[in-house]
Design a protein around this ligand. Structure first.
Ligand code: SF4
Ligand code: SF4
Ligand code: FES
Length: 960
């Protein structure tokens, strides 16, 4: 079988070329018929002649045009003739018209194109047209295309200003000598990415592409998304890997393994080496765009600290010992069986990973339920979006977002609450910014002044800087304005929702205590802003709500999700493009790991384990009895470990010591276990407490599927053999077999077939089908054979939508004299979660350490200057980091990221969690900040330990 397959039978060996139609597609419904080079063609009105020609297979030479950008018309290479019209118009900027007759080839056109190219080449950094001499000068390809064979003016013409190559960005370089100032990069930065970091500076021969204020790329506001590199037709902007290793030879379409946007990429390869990741234009989530992580930060796959051999040790105080796979798997099986024999069936469990594929996740929960014989399985989604599952299932009937990302193109008003997409979901942020530049309105509800509050060429209509922990209050106040102002969509509510529940809810939100004036006292947000924002959402056209972990990671996370759902239903903003309730998922496969039955009480498709007919169906398929009792959640497993009844844990692809709250408690739980098995790429923090380490595989080394925030199932394709020897799903199978329950699959597609067989919402899904359609949004079954882009179109999944009374209950975490400030946490663009991958790439140049953002007023009161070391203390613990003084945070609020293990922000977060799901309350911790001389003792100890781990990894590498 081939390494890469576009389905099970069709190997892929070639470079996937995507057609560039030159200009974007027109969305007009009216069509126009014209003739191009004797062929009659009918296209939507507004289509360019260039695109119409491409659609008939006639390629017109071009330089400044690309279908990712609006037509610009600067290079004059794409000239055509139109019968009855004078001159030679540019085909990229000339729209089609009924009945016109276009010629793309003639002697005159050939001569004109050659003349234009001749001028470009004289001004270029070459001294001949020989392409073999200049393999990286793409302009010569176009010169050849137009038939240019000589340059009458020689190669010594005046050159554009050339201050030399800018190599400052770790991933790409800019060579002004190759630039033709076509502006594609500038326009890509503006139109696709929305950052506006590039300009054309100067005029005539002095003109040059400038980043920021004529700075180096690295010093400018460039976010390294790569859109400019992708757009450049000359190789002036080019990936360093292309320059160093040459052009790719073959490619395969795969899916980014970072955030929940789920960008599709072409992994472009030379032999077994990745040359570059090219965003795939047909990717429905990203439409050809990417961010710095997916596009450039894949080097961790080859990082020297990656562990490639299994290791075991008797005690966590002993050094690791490399062993064979047989010995490692044998140890896991014998230890887990010994523990179950001694402490009972429920004394072990497993944790699935939202970074792994659906198939791998499904197998881990199957291992726990069928092989371990209990339901002690949980997932890292516990600590991020479990309240989304609970809240949306209760109100709408299904645990997922309602829209696709294309929906934002039809949105008129966006409420963005508790999410920071420019950092955490960058490609969605770019799509949102584009819509805002087109005139849509934005309401930001966030304690912090995130970038989207004011961005180039757009700004939020309202920023409601609510105090951490008061989301439910402000959502109720918005609802109060909708109900008391007569803004309810009564028809929608009458036809689509449970009326009794609506009336109870309407009466509740109408109470005075939920009025903006009362809620202003709790949230700190002026009442008039709450009123104006509510009116805008309810009356501004299609209203969509996007939210993130700033909603879910609270003691009232599930309540807030339901409050959002209530608001959307009350205003009729559900069930069509442009509206909806949209959780922005953190990790690449959070949606999938939840869908696959990773929670202790639910089998795949969110069906309760206590449901006997359902259980019987799984038992018949798996030939194993299943326990009807829900198992332990992660926090319960750790509590039980501390209490002495839980003794063994299999953790696949997660670092719970760093990502879960109250680090000391997590460490105590892990330390109390007799066999902790960690399966990961690197010796992560949890591995400090492990007895067996099983090396994992990267997304480049496996086949499978991920599901993004839109419920979109996409293929992950293996482009290199696993360096550790096995794909992660195979390792789970080996453990199961060693424990006496063989799980045999030849290919992960067979696991998906099993998922489809057992899960109605996936009934129509197979690898073959996903490959054919490119991607599928579940539900996909007989009723929706091609999937479901927008949910609840003609009725809610649960029948009628259910309003839920969402009483605001302040968190028990209160500020006081000892801990007067509120800490909230989040991410930064260049880093991902606990940084295990991104810290092992060149992305570290942008974020070398976690910093504590503090308002100037609070800093001054404490005698803290920018860059000072400060102690951050809560009742749970303390850490030190350096201060960043900024007005992004309000007085009384401090903020930090959690990407670096030597900071471990979770040392200070508390044990409080969401009442319904146990999702930790990461976003609200009462803290004190004070000047400090440097790292605390545990940080020093940690740094020692990390240095030791690195030495061990280096020693292993050297021994090999
Ligand atoms: S760097 Fe490339 S895309 Fe930008 S203006 Fe120059 S040639 Fe055009
Ligand atoms: S990290 Fe997210 S936004 Fe960036 S490329 Fe990957 S999926 Fe896309
Ligand atoms: S491609 Fe049309 S003017 Fe440049």
């Amino acid at each position: 079988m081939s390494l890469v397959e576009d389905n099970r039978n069709k190997p892929v060996h070639s470079l996937i070329e995507e057609i560039d139609y030159g200009t974007p597609a027109s969305r007009a419904e009216k069509t126009v018929t014209l003739t191009i080079d004797g062929k009659s063609i009918t296209v939507p009105e507004g289509t360019s002649i260039m695109r119409a020609a491409m659609e008939t297979g006639i390629e017109i030479p071009k330089l400044c045009a690309t279908d990712m950008l609006d037509a610009f018309g600067s290079c004059r290479v794409c000239l055509v003739e139109i019968e009855g019209r004078g001159g030679t118009p540019a085909s990229c900027t000339t729209p089609v018209a009924e009945g016109i007759v276009v010629r793309t080839q003639s002697e005159r056109l050939d001569r004109l194109r050659r003349g234009v190219m001749e001028l470009y080449v004289t001004d270029h950094s070459v001294d001949s047209l020989d392409r073999s001499k200049y393999p990286n000068v793409d302009l010569l390809e176009t010169a050849e295309e137009v038939g240019l064979t000589e340059v009458r003016y020689g190669f010594d013409g005046e050159r554009h200003r050339n201050p030399g190559i800018d190599d400052s960005n770790p991933y790409f370089s800019f060579d002004p000598a190759k630039c033709i100032v076509c502006s594609r990069c500038v326009r890509a930065c503006e139109e696709v990415q929305g950052t506006f970091a590039l300009t054309v500076s100067g005029r005539g021969f002095d003109s040059i592409i400038a980043a920021g204020m004529d700075e180096k790329f690295i010093e400018s506001e460039c976010v390294s998304c790569g859109a400019c590199v992708q757009a450049c037709p000359t190789g002036s902007l080019r990936e360093k890997t292309m320059l160093e290793k040459g052009k790719p030879e073959w490619s395969a379409i795969t899916t980014c393994a970072y955030c929940g946007v789920g960008c599709a990429f072409k992994a472009e390869m030379r032999g077994n080496e990745v040359i570059r990741m090219m965003p795939y234009k047909d990717g429905k989530a990203n439409r050809g765009h990417s961010c710095v992580k997916g596009r450039f930060a894949w080097g961790y796959a080859n990082h020297k600290e990656r562990i490639l051999k299994p290791m075991i040790r008797e005690k966590i105080t002993e050094p690791w010992r490399e062993v064979s796979w047989e010995e490692a798997i044998g140890r896991v099986a014998s230890e887990f069986k010994r523990i179950q024999g001694k402490y009972g069936r429920g004394s072990i469990g497993g944790i699935t990973s939202s970074r792994c594929t659906d198939e791998e996740t499904f197998l881990v929960q199957k291992l726990v339920r069928a092989t371990f014989g209990n339901n002690n399985v949980d997932t890292c989604a516990r600590v991020c979006h479990s309240p989304t599952g609970y809240g949306l299932k209760t109100t709408f009937g299904t645990s997922a977002g309602t829209q696709d990302f294309d929906s934002v193109e039809h949105t008129d008003v966006v409420i963005l609450i508790g999410a920071n997409p420019t950092d955490a979901h960058p490609v969605f942020a770019s799509r949102l910014k584009k819509r805002l530049r087109q005139g849509a309105k934005l309401i930001v509800i966030d304690p912090r002044r995130i970038d989207l509050v004011r961005m180039p060429h757009a700004e939020a209509s309202y920023h409601l800087p609510t105090l951490p922990g008061t989301n439910v209050a402000i959502l109720s106040a918005l609802a109060h304005v909708v109900v008391s102002g007569g803004l309810v969509d009564e028809k929608f509510v009458r036809e689509r929702c449970e009326l009794d529940a609506f009336q109870d809810w309407a009466a509740f939100v109408s109470e005075k205590r939920n009025s903006p004036e009362e809620v202003a006292k709790v949230t700190g947000v002026p009442a008039e802003d709450i009123r104006a924002a509510a009116r805008l959402y309810a009356t501004g056209g299609n209203g969509a709500i996007y939210y993130g972990l700033g909603i879910t990671e609270h003691s009232q996370g599930s309540t807030a999700v339901m409050a959002i759902a209530n608001l959307a239903m009350a205003t009729g903003n559900i069930g069509r493009p442009g509206v909806g309730v949209n959780p922005l998922r953190g990790q690449n496969n959070v949606q999938g790991s939840c869908d696959m039955g990773s929670f202790p009480h639910e089998l795949s498709g969110y069906r309760h384990i206590a449901d006997e007919p359902l259980r019987k169906m799984f038992e018949a398929d798996w030939h194993r009895p299943l326990d009807p009792e829900p198992g332990l959640r992660i926090p319960n497993m750790l509590d039980a470990a501390v209490d002495g009844s839980f003794k063994g844990l299999y953790v696949q692809g997660e670092d719970i010591l760093q990502s879960d709250p109250d680090t000391h408690h997590v460490a105590a739980g892990l330390a109390a276990m007799e066999c902790v098995v960690v399966q990961d790429l690197f010796l992560n923090e949890t591995a400090n407490y492990a007895h067996v380490f099983l090396p994992g595989s990267t997304f480049l080394e496996k086949n499978g599927t991920f599901i993004n925030a839109e419920r979109r199932i996409q293929l992950v394709r293996k482009v290199m053999e696993p360096k550790n020897g096995y794909e992660d799903w195979q390792i789970t199978c080996m453990i199961s077999e060693a424990m006496g329950y063989p799980m045999h699959y030849d290919h992960p597609s067979e696991i998906m077939d099993e998922i489809a067989r057992l899960t109605p919402t996936f009934a129509g899904v197979s690898f073959q089908r996903v490959a054919e359609l490119g991607s599928i949004q579940w539900p996909c079954n007989e009723k929706a054979p091609e999937g479901t882009p927008v949910m609840h179109m003609n009725g809610f999944v649960r029948g009628k939508g259910k309003f839920v009374v969402t009483e605001y209950i302040p968190t028990d975490e209160r500020t006081g004299a000892r801990f007067p400030l509120l800490l909230t946490t989040g991410r930064i663009l260049s880093q991902y979660n606990v940084g295990a991958q991104t810290r092992r790439t060149d992305n570290v140049v942008w974020h070398k350490e976690d910093r504590l953002e503090i308002h100037p007023h609070d800093a001054e009161q404490r005698g803290i200057r920018d860059g000072d070391w400060v102690k951050l203390a809560s009742r749970a613990g303390e850490t030190t980091l350096r201060a960043l003084i900024t007005e992004r945070v309000a007085p009384g609020v401090v903020y930090t990221t959690f990407h670096h293990p030597d900071t471990q922000a979770n040392v200070v977060t508390t044990e409080y969690s969401d009442w319904a799901t146990n999702c930790p309350e990461y976003k609200v911790t009462a803290v004190q900040v004070s000047p400090s001389n440097g790292p605390t003792q545990w940080q020093e100890d940690y740094n020692d330990l990390a240095r030791k781990s690195r030495r061990i990894a280096a020693a292993i590498e050297a021994a090999e």
